[in-house]
Design a protein around this ligand. Sequence first.
Ligand code: SF4
Length: 266
Amino acid sequence: MLDRFNREITYLRVSVTDRCNLRCVYCMPEEGIPLKNHKDILSFDEIVEVCKAGIDSGINKIRITGGEPLVRKGIVSLTESIAKLPGLKDLSMTTNGILLDQFAQRLKDAGLMRVNISLDTLDPDEYRQITRGGEITDVIKGIVAAQKAGLEPVKINSVIFDKDSDSMKEGLKDFANKMGLQVRFISRMNLETGDFSVVEGGTGGDCKICNRLRLTANGYIKPCLFSDREFSVRELGAIEAIMKAVEFKPEKGVSCMHGNFYNIGG
Ligand code: SF4
């Protein structure tokens, strides 16, 4: 399906929870968030129905996100249900890697193809500070488990806090080279001010070629991360919500005053 600017929309990012086992300083408030009522979060059947509707409309790439997707109970069986959908060419996940050691093989067996793991620094103290308590050793174990399970490629997503963090970037590039990983640098974004740039090593943030829609954990299709427009799959039905999102997809992102990374899924 093409949008008004002749961009082919083929990619759906699916947030399966707004919950997370970390409190990253650029994403979640220290005290955490008011958790949504369970009934406000889409069920597995509803998520699969939206993915199916998306594929029937031209989507062929799906990424499972959160919050942290691995804290959603039954995530392996949900992954399996999505992976089985005919017409899906690419199924990936973005995770903070903390629990990946326990899940990697089962996710691979369920049909997950590849994984992006958030890692902003190699310094254990800095990592603990950025994530407000996370242990980098768990992430490294997760990376090794993902590679062992055959998830391919394994990519590192690194948020860059300030423009002149070249030494940090060099360190992460070296680490990625040694480990046989790909690394992508994401400049710190601000939804409200509309501050974002193209992902280094990826295509995110390049509005000219944007091919994506997002499904929030509570059932809204968002045409753009930096826009407040969203369409309820429960009110409109999956197909109608997707069609509306494509129809109203903006030429480029401006700002999002009513969303948060943890429930949109970045
Ligand atoms: S800001 Fe919106 S249009 Fe631009 S790349 Fe991001 S999602 Fe696409």
